[in-house]
Every structure is written in structure tokens, then in C-alpha cells.
Design a protein around this ligand. Structure first.
Ligand SMILES: *[C@@H]1O[C@H](CO)[C@@H](O)[C@H](O)[C@H]1NC(C)=O
Length: 217
């Protein structure tokens, strides 16, 4: 095969890949499988600090319900931007005594991330169950998506700092959990880098959280 022909073939492949990567749902990323309450509840989380404590994730929402951000990478500027959006819900959450938590799959950069979320705690999910039941990894296809670049530009305009440390390819999301057995009221899975949960939907889910008293047995 001559050089120019090879180039044409490679060019064709590149265009094909770029087109595939820009389909509304990226064919390289598995469709999210919805989580179940019992699956999430059984997750063993760990506090982050000098004396880590392990506990069942259900503790987070048992009595109060909770909003949980599943963080792709604490150092990532796009993730911090989403944290800032969730932090804006604070007045609504405080009014209802509902906590806001973060879940990470690695502890790197958590102290720097925490002030963006302004939440009630960030915990380590070392088995990455909150990222499952099927883990969704976004590789290079993410950077070929025009929508990802527009997310990055939006982020630049907001001047939210970030760094490049840590594993950022495992897609995260947001959960709104009701107390007791009320269940998952809202489940959002990142479709790509910088994709954000719909705040209106989150607020609507928060308003569905049953008051803790009516859930006590
Ligand atoms: C968010 O969700 C609401 C209600 O489901 C919808 O009306 C609105 O258009 C959505 N916003 C965005 C930015 O998608």
C-alpha cells in the first residue's frame, strides 16, 4: 500500500471513529444499568482520614434521605463545577435536614475537592459499587466528542481550577435517596466528561423525600 493510500485509509478510519464518538449516545460507553436500593445499601464505604471507619452505605440515608454525588475525579475541574451546582442546593437541603455527600473511588485530591461540594462528608467506595452495577469507563472517545469540548469551554469560562492527578475515566453520577425503604428517587449517570445532572430534576426528587419522622417504625 502506498503512503498516500494508507493516509487516506487512516483518515477515513479517523473520520468514522469521530462520527461514532459523536452519536448522541457514545457507542463506546455501555448504557448505564440502574442500581437498586439493596445493591447501594450493601456497599461498604469508608471514612477518609487517619482512622478510617467502615460502614454500610445505607447509614447515609436511613433516617434522613440524602443527595450523593458520585465523583469521577476530585481533581477534575468539570467535577468541581458539578459539585458547585449541587452545593447551591444547600438552602433547600438544610430546610429539610437532608445531607449532601460525596463518594469517591480514590482519595487523591479529596481535601481540595471538599470546599466545592460543601457537603456533609466524602467517603471512599473502594469496590466502586456506586459506579456500577456495570462500571462505565470513558477513554479517548470522550475527547473526540464535540459536546465534551463544549463542556470544557463552559468550565473554562467559570474559571474553576483543576489538576490532572488521579484516575478520571470512570464515569460517576448523582443519586437522591429517600430514607428507610423509600428508595432511589433520582439516579443520574454521567454520559460523558462534564455532563451534568439536571438540577430541576434533583430538586423535584428532593421534594419527594418523605419526612424522616413518618419513616421511623
Ligand atoms: C431539566 O428537567 C426539567 C424537568 O424534567 C426540564 O423541563 C428541563 O428542560 C431540563 N433542563 C435541562 C437543561 O435539560
Amino acid at each position: 500500500m502506498g503512503g498516500p493510500t494508507l493516509l487516506k485509509v487512516l483518515g477515513g478510519v479517523a473520520v468514522g471513529v469521530a462520527v461514532l464518538c459523536n452519536l448522541p449516545s457514545n457507542p463506546f460507553i455501555p448504557r448505564p444499568k440502574p442500581a437498586t436500593l439493596s445493591y447501594l445499601a450493601e456497599t461498604e464505604l469508608q471514612t477518609i482520614g487517619s482512622t478510617p471507619r467502615k460502614f454500610k452505605a445505607s447509614e447515609l440515608w436511613e433516617n434522613t434521605g440524602a443527595v450523593i454525588m458520585v465523583v469521577r475525579r476530585p481533581g477534575c475541574a468539570l467535577c468541581r463545577e458539578e459539585a458547585v451546582e449541587l452545593a447551591r442546593l444547600r438552602p433547600e437541603l438544610q430546610l429539610r435536614n437532608i445531607p449532601l455527600y460525596g463518594v469517591v473511588h480514590e482519595t487523591l485530591g479529596v481535601p481540595e475537592f471538599a470546599p466545592y461540594l460543601k457537603g456533609d462528608g466524602i467517603f471512599l467506595d473502594s469496590e466502586r459499587r456506586f459506579y456500577g452495577p456495570q462500571e462505565r469507563w470513558m477513554f479517548i472517545s470522550g475527547f473526540l466528542r464535540a459536546s465534551v469540548w463544549s463542556n470544557i469551554v463552559r468550565n473554562w469560562k467559570k474559571e474553576i481550577d483543576g489538576n490532572l492527578d488521579g484516575e478520571g475515566r470512570l464515569l460517576g453520577g448523582v443519586f437522591v435517596m429517600g430514607p428507610g425503604k423509600q428508595g432511589i428517587l433520582y439516579e443520574y449517570r454521567e454520559k460523558e466528561f462534564g455532563d451534568q445532572a439536571n438540577i430541576t430534576d434533583i430538586v423535584n426528587a428532593i421534594r419527594k423525600i418523605a419526612p424522616a419522622a413518618s419513616n421511623k417504625s
